[in-house]
Design a protein around this ligand. Structure first.
Ligand code: AMP
Length: 384
């Protein structure tokens, strides 16, 4: 077993990324720009990360021998997909440092563990109850009231494994929808806005953040992010303080995103944690001195964190698979908008709801950036 040193991992070294989606791809681009080599492992082939990495390993996360071999070939392991089994992170940690550590991943990959951690730490979360069967679901709903949202305890993201229960007749359908397995029932929050804070912490405990980002979802999937968020200054300050508390209490070394509901009375509730760069932080690639991906690289390599300064207001719009419903989008039309940047993830099959890419608009104000990014996305779709 290799000693887990606190020496920086310097350019020229190889970094291992567990997972191979767009987050790994943008991480790999940042890492290669700084002269690192990138190895990625996932069960898939010709992946968004693999297309830009030096080495793409195709193996299941459960193949612990493959994980050990993979980790032995790199100087540090990080991940872009947090839903890998705990045993995977542990096997990797036998052969290389894993940052953020397996316990951050373990907490954030399971809603119940995550919410229990947050509420025990005294951080504000939506009222929730654990539900292990249909009877408990009924009882929990009586206490929390309806409407309520039933969410599977594990492997949940982008609104998947969720069911909004509006009346008692829907208990059965909801229980089936989450796969009749351990779940969390959450009180429905009639929120005013959704915001997130992407932040980073280094091994010495230094903390940086990208401010509050305003998020708009469609069908439970992030649709548009606006940075900076158009919220009261106190909401931003509180969100940043809460994010700092989360990263400190989890002793995170890396990037972590905290998603919040801003309630009608101005109070904040933490909805979810993502222990990695986040879709709502993609604007940082084009608008900030240091992107969230370079920041992850710096943190996990034990280099000093980079400046987070945002140089220009920005808005990001996701491009989902449905945009391809009548053929290839009109890239030329969107490229005609000079302050809009196109990012595509190299995914071949444009399934509905699949994140294929995004656009980032940069402008003098957040409102203008929002208007521009929406217009650019409409232009892509203009063949209809
Ligand atoms: P999640 O996967 O838990 O982040 O949920 C996806 C989206 O569903 C959130 O960003 C919200 O727009 C909505 N949502 C989730 N939980 C709640 C809740 N308790 N009350 C109201 N809306 C919610």
């Amino acid at each position: 077993m290799r000693a887990h040193s606190r020496e920086p991992v310097l350019p020229g070294s190889a970094i291992g990324v567990l997972g191979s989606g767009q987050l790994g791809r943008m991480f790999a681009i940042a890492a290669r720009r700084m002269g690192y080599r990138v190895h990625t492992l996932s069960p898939d082939e010709d992946t968004p990360t693999g297309q830009v990495a030096d080495v793409e390993i195709n193996a299941p996360y459960e193949d612990l021998d493959a994980i050990r071999k993979f980790a032995s070939g790199v100087s540090v392991v990080t991940f872009e997909f947090e839903n890998v089994p705990t045993a995977t992170a542990e096997a990797a940690a036998e052969c290389a440092p894993v940052r953020p550590s397996g316990h951050v991943l373990h907490t954030a990959q399971h809603r119940l563990r995550e919410k229990t951690f947050l509420s025990r730490a005294g951080l504000p979360v939506t009222r929730f109850e654990m539900v292990a069967n249909a009877i408990q679901l009924r009882e929990a709903a009586e206490r929390l009231g309806l409407p309520a949202i039933l969410k599977s305890a594990d492997f949940g993201y982008d609104g998947k494994g969720q069911f909004r229960i509006k009346s008692a007749e829907e208990f059965e359908a909801a229980w089936k929808a989450v796969g009749e397995r351990e779940a969390v029932l959450e009180a429905f929050v009639d929120f005013d806005q959704e915001i997130s804070v992407v932040a980073a912490r280094d091994i010495r405990g230094n903390f940086v953040h990208y401010g509050a980002v305003e998020n708009h979802h469609r069908n439970g999937i992030l649709d548009i992010s606006i940075a900076p968020a158009r919220v009261a200054a106190e909401a931003t300050a509180t969100a940043v303080d809460l994010a700092r508390a989360v990263l400190e209490k989890l002793e995170t070394v890396g990037v972590l995103c905290v998603e919040f509901f801003v309630c009608k009375d101005g109070k904040l509730l933490i909805n979810e944690l993502a222990p990695r760069p986040h879709n709502s932080g993609h604007f940082t690639v084009d608008a900030n001195i240091t992107s969230q991906f370079e920041q992850q690289l710096r943190a996990v390599c034990l280099l000093p964190l980079g400046a987070v300064t945002q140089l220009v207001p920005a808005a990001m719009a996701n491009l989902l698979g449905e945009l391809w419903r009548s053929g290839e989008p009109d890239w030329t039309a969107a490229a005609a908008m000079p302050d809009v940047k196109l990012h595509l993830y190299g995914k071949v099959e444009p399934r509905p709801g699949r994140k294929m890419g995004h656009l980032t608009a940069l402008a003098g104000t957040a409102e203008q950036a929002l208007a521009d990014v929406k217009r650019a996305r409409d232009l892509l779709d203009c063949k209809l």
